[in-house]
Design a protein around this ligand. Structure first.
Ligand SMILES: Nc1ncnc2c1ncn2[C@@H]1O[C@H](COP(=O)(O)OP(=O)(O)OP(=O)(O)O)[C@@H](O)[C@H]1O
Ligand SMILES: [Mg+2]
Length: 312
């Protein structure tokens, strides 16, 4: 199976990953537009720290969920990490301060210190996705992830965070006996809350309602990176739905110039490698190299047609 037609009826969240610059945001937008056009309320969100969703959609979607003109039922957002950290501080800041200040003499700057800890922003970014994943506002979520390494690192950080918090109740139960004054929220309770959130985020991405689409290009580096990504996804128990070979040069004939013939031959060669490795297990979909960049709804719909047109 090549196309993504089986995505039309699930799973709930489609996460799009791949090497930098291969067309993740383009494929995410094309998938989200198509799902919305099948009548499903769809949220397209990007967690890339240098996102380009607003450019592709030609609508400013930074920081706030915004409806996309021209597609009923489609909302989009580029996540604003600073805003997410602020929201986290609003939710937990006071508790953090109380917990720390009951042990040692610290000022409220401890809240910023904890909020800057590695993994916290990612943790709460996932928590934000979880709200929509568990809520009933959207039928489908399409997640444009950061370039591959970042997504996996995020999940590894998530697993480490989870393991780390597993130790917390023990340690903080001991510390509690040293604490002076009343604690509004016991440290163990606070850390247990985080651990639960962390566990829920992991089950969200590892569960059957999330699937990964790996976008690549039919070139040597693209193929090698795809091998690494699929290996990482499988190692973390993440479901892979399809491999998408993007920007494939097609329909090049004997009359075309040498440059194009050579590139088309190279793409055909690497496409065969991708098909040998992944066609039977996951399927390989292809999108041709379009004459122009993919910008605006019409161009996005052209990509959707390639991804969702039926083979028969
Ligand atoms: N099939 C295609 N034909 C022509 N141009 C394409 C195609 N797919 C994507 N592009 C163009 O390639 C560029 C990169 O695409 P995109 O931004 O979707 O990649 P990305 O993987 O999200 O990149 P990043 O890793 O930087 O987030 C864009 O200019 C886009 O318009
Ligand atoms: Mg992108």
């Amino acid at each position: 199976m090549g196309e993504l037609c089986d995505l039309e009826s699930g799973p709930r969240m489609v996460a799009v990953t791949g090497k930098g610059g291969v067309g993740k945001t383009t494929c995410s937008a094309a998938t989200a537009v198509h799902l919305a056009e099948t009548g499903q309320r769809t949220l397209l969100l990007s967690t890339d720290r240098s996102p380009s969703l607003s450019d592709i959609l030609e609508t400013d979607v930074f920081g706030e969920i915004t409806s996309v003109d021209g597609v009923d039922g489609l909302d989009a957002v580029e996540m604003d990490y600073d805003a997410i950290r602020e929201k986290w501080k609003e939710t937990y800041g006071e508790d953090i301060y109380r917990v720390f200040s009951s042990f040692v003499s610290v000022g409220e700057e401890v809240i910023d210190y904890v909020a800057e800890a590695p993994g916290i922003a990612d943790e709460f970014m996932l928590g934000y996705i979880l709200e929509y994943f568990e809520g009933d506002v959207y039928d489908r979520i399409v997640w444009d992830t950061a370039p591959a390494g970042g997504t996996i690192a995020l999940l590894e950080a998530q697993e480490r965070f989870y393991d780390h918090l597993g130790q917390a109740p023990k340690i903080y139960a001991d510390l509690r006996s040293l604490a002076s004054g009343d604690l509004k929220k016991r440290p163990a309770t606070l850390f247990e809350e985080w651990r639960e959130l962390s566990a829920d985020c992991l089950s969200m991405v590892q569960g059957p309602d999330t699937t990964f689409v790996v976008v690549t290009i039919a070139e040597g580096l693209g193929v090698n990176e795809t091998d690494r990504i699929i290996d990482d996804l499988e190692r973390h128990d993440l479901g892979v739905q399809r491999v998408v070979a993007n920007k494939v040069l097609e329909d090049v004939g004997a009359d075309d110039c040498k440059h194009h013939r050579e590139r088309a031959a190279m793409h055909a060669e690497y496409l065969e490698v991708l098909e040998d490795r992944y066609a039977s297990e996951y399927g390989v979909a292809t999108i041709p190299q379009l004459p122009r960049e993919v910008k605006g709804l019409e161009a996005i719909e052209t990509v959707s047609d390639h991804l969702f047109e039926s083979a028969d």
